[in-house]
Design a protein around this ligand. Structure first.
Ligand SMILES: [Zn+2]
Length: 155
């Protein structure tokens, strides 16, 4: 039996280390195995585990990690942890990516010509779409949580 909780914790550590990473799954597996050291299962089993939809659901629900396969079979590993302070939130909300229409406002990964299928609009407290903000489905929740925390405090 693989210790999946241990694997998930290491995936979260790697996600925090990178913030956001777009790369083949094999490369993510290597970093997770490196992080686990002697506790790592063999590469094939780890790859198989990290490719599963149930693993992605578990990582998003309980480890603040987004892991999914994007266009061109390039995977995305994204930390979904919201900033710990209002200052950090403000800083993130005040910084815009270079390409506001093709880059995710949360993880900043640029989906280039795939933005229409990969990115969705963000809404404010009144359910109005926010100008110049698009995010991945996976990044929608932390971005919205961050935005709402900020809007509540600034009222
Ligand atoms: Zn994103």
């Amino acid at each position: 039996m693989m210790n999946t909780a241990l694997i998930n914790r290491h995936v979260a550590a790697v996600a925090i280390q990178f913030g956001a990473y777009a790369t083949p799954l094999e490369s993510i597996v290597k970093y997770v195995a490196m992080s686990m050291g002697d506790d790592a299962p063999d590469m094939a089993r780890l790859l198989n585990y990290l490719a599963k939809a149930e693993t992605h659901d578990e990582l998003a629900a309980n480890y603040e990690v987004g892991l999914w396969c994007g266009p061109g079979r390039i995977w995305r590993l994204v930390s979904l942890s919201t900033p710990p302070t209002l200052e950090a939130i403000e800083h993130r909300l005040n910084s815009y990516p270079d390409s506001v229409s093709t880059q995710c406002a949360w993880c900043l990964i640029d989906e280039k010509n795939h933005y229409a299928t990969e990115l969705i609009k963000v809404f404010d407290l009144h359910n109005k779409p926010i100008h110049r903000r698009v995010v991945h489905r996976q990044c929608f929740k932390p971005f919205t949580v961050m935005l709402q925390q900020y809007e509540r405090v600034k009222k």
